[in-house]
Design a protein around this ligand. Sequence first.
Ligand SMILES: Nc1ncnc2c1ncn2[C@@H]1O[C@H](COP(=O)(O)OP(=O)(O)O)[C@@H](O)[C@H]1O
Ligand SMILES: O=c1[nH]cc([C@@H]2O[C@H](COP(=O)(O)O)[C@@H](O)[C@H]2O)c(=O)[nH]1
Length: 365
Amino acid sequence: MNEKEKLILELIRKNPFITQSKLAEELDLSRSAVAGYISSLTKQGKIIGRAYVLPEPSRIMCIGGANVDRKAQAQSSVQFGTSNPVTITQSCGGVARNVAENLGRLGSSVSLLTVVGDDQEGEWLLSITSPYVDTSQTMKVEKMNTGTYTAVLDHDGEMVIALADMAIYDTVSQDFIQKRWSHISSASMVLLDTNFPSDVLQMVIERCYQEKIPLCIAPVSAPKVKKLPANLNGVTWLIANKDEAMTLAGLESGNVEEACEKILTLGAENVIITQGEKGIVYKNKKGEHGTISAPKLKVIDATGAGDSFTSGFLYGMNNGESFEKACKLGMSCSIIALQTKETVCTQLNEHLLNQTYKQYFSEEA
Ligand SMILES: Nc1ncnc2c1ncn2[C@@H]1O[C@H](COP(=O)(O)OP(=O)(O)O)[C@@H](O)[C@H]1O
Ligand SMILES: O=c1[nH]cc([C@@H]2O[C@H](COP(=O)(O)O)[C@@H](O)[C@H]2O)c(=O)[nH]1
């Protein structure tokens, strides 16, 4: 940034609505020269968008899906080939949206970049999400349905099958990301799920690598993990469940340690594999590795446990906690989510997370 740019930024900080003419007058410059400096500041990510919104140094940007989740909970063990008595509930979902809402509830500054249909479901998702998350970068796509995720859960809360109607994400292009890049690049870290097309995922990973923006990947599902590029340079944290990790590693059998090793050779810096009731294993390029066991719990609904882990983990990393403490905060966030019917627990806040962390992990921290 040169001296003139610094002065312009200072004036905008004092008055975010200052006009270009007023800036020109204050600094004794021509209006076109001011326009040139503003364009350069925008490219550098120091100014976000036309309203001169200044970047917040610790804002997390979540990129990916926002769905309506419908869950059919069976009253007894699911039987195939016949009708099963169930109770159906509806809630907001989408991995990137879930992580964004969790982070917002935890008091983090967070933005969501997603697409929804120009329909009631889309309106509903945004109305629930926007009290916690900046959704100004979200686009409404005409003539497309908002994404939906329909899961059948067994009587113990474990998922039996899930159905994803998410054609809307195929409309997302590299241009969509490019137009919002100054907003993305001013974030302290980026969370990317794998709902968007492969070329879009590749672009975000490459740009984060070039611009050294910490990037976390949440693979969404075993089929969608295949959309990731073969080269994972630029991925700071890859957080996957066992199925996703094995698929990404190209292993049909073998253990999670081998999957971690393979994913590190693809270029990721840190790999965390979540293993449901067994907890997590992690490994990084520096050679550090370990496991953290999960406590025994009565699970009410397992949907969103992985997204909650990612949320608690990013909350920890963004607040400068150690990698191990961030993992335990992630597991604490999952514990909270597992004990409620909702995908994102509406009781979640910083106090509850810290209390849960203390209850289950602090004596080992
Ligand atoms: N039955 C369970 N008991 C205790 N902890 C669990 C259980 N299921 C999930 N968890 C916690 O949530 C984390 C994420 O769950 P997991 O099922 O692996 O992810 P996903 O929801 O992505 O499939 C686990 O690493 C663990 O800490
Ligand atoms: O292809 C997808 N499947 C599922 C999800 C989302 O993942 C969450 C469920 O996660 P899990 O099954 O890991 O608990 C739901 O909110 C659902 O909307 C998604 O974004 N994309």
